[in-house]
Design a protein around this ligand. Structure first.
Ligand SMILES: Nc1nc2c(ncn2[C@@H]2O[C@H](COP(=O)(O)OP(=O)(O)OP(=O)(O)O)[C@@H](O)[C@H]2O)c(=O)[nH]1
Length: 260
């Protein structure tokens, strides 16, 4: 018998959430992979649904809004006072995707240089990396390349789902925003990341974003389980960027990257 309480009703995912923009999306399919759907219906998702937890790390410059983003989603709160994260902090969020329980472990890491070495020891084993910048601060967007490089030292780039997230959208005018969006989309395409813009203050796109992270991580995990059990077919791939030649194929390494 499970000791966990049931998944909250507002954490139930029945349809694949759509990307923020098709220009910089991990894939642009309208629905979950058909084999993933069948596996869920037939209760053949392997370890997914039992004890599999997906580790997600959230990195980016100091004060770009990483903690606020996580708190808006997990606790529906917003604190206007800045309190630096010291080292790391984490939240567990439980979902039900296509009827299967699935958990995300969200690691909020410190952006301040002096805490970076503590934080980086927690990067390993991430299945998704969320690189955060402030849409009102071009330098924080530039620095995302370095954050990506640091996160990837500890992870296998071929098996990590990447998200580039601009925060504090509420503070920018439409004109200012559209200027930085162009650069951010370009960079996201270069990084093979999916781009999102959110506001933790107003809550704009926060829920949609985390639902997308949970859904794509879930889909990738189930595909990996199918591969492990030998029931995967040619064509079961998650395309990164519909307009690029890169194809994200599920590899066995992904299994070893699952949160331990
Ligand atoms: N207006 C507005 N302010 C925000 C938003 N998100 C965060 N802030 C503010 O930005 C400041 C920094 O936010 P944090 O979430 O603590 O930043 P952080 O990236 O976790 O910072 P470190 O822990 O130092 O890495 C705080 O004063 C927040 O209130 C947002 O969406 N809109």
């Amino acid at each position: 018998m499970s000791v966990l309480p049931p998944v909250r009703r507002d954490r139930v995912v029945a349809q694949l959430p759509q990307p923020f923009t098709k220009e910089a999306a991990l894939h642009t399919k309208n629905e979950f992979n058909s084999r993933v759907k069948t596996a869920c219906q037939e209760h053949k998702t392997g370890t997914v649904g039992r004890f599999k937890i997906s580790k997600v790390i959230v990195v980016g410059d100091l004060a770009v809004g990483k903690t606020c983003l996580i708190n808006r989603f997990c606790k529906d709160t917003f604190d206007k006072n800045y309190k630096a994260t010291i080292g790391v902090d984490f939240e567990m969020e439980r979902f039900e995707v296509l009827g299967v329980p699935f958990s995300l472990q969200l690691w909020d890491t410190a952006g301040q240089e002096r805490f970076k070495c503590i934080a980086s020891t927690y990067y390993r084993g991430a299945q998704a990396v969320i690189i955060v910048f402030d849409v009102n601060d071009v330098a924080s967007l530039d620095h995302t390349r370095q954050w990506l490089q640091d996160a990837m030292k500890e992870n296998d780039p071929s098996s990590v789902l990447l998200f580039l997230v601009g925060t504090k959208k509420d503070l920018s005018s439409p004109a200012q925003y559209s200027q930085i969006e162009q650069d951010a989309v370009k960079l996201a395409e270069e990084m093979k990341a999916e781009y999102w813009a959110v506001s933790a203050l107003s809550g704009e796109n926060v829920r949609e974003f985390f639902f997308r992270v949970a859904s794509l991580s879930f889909e990738a995990n189930v595909l990996a389980e199918l591969e492990k059990s030998g029931s995967r077919r040619v064509g079961d791939v998650v395309r990164i960027h519909s307009n690029s030649s890169n194809v994200y194929t599920m590899s066995r390494k992904k299994q070893s990257n699952c949160c331990k």
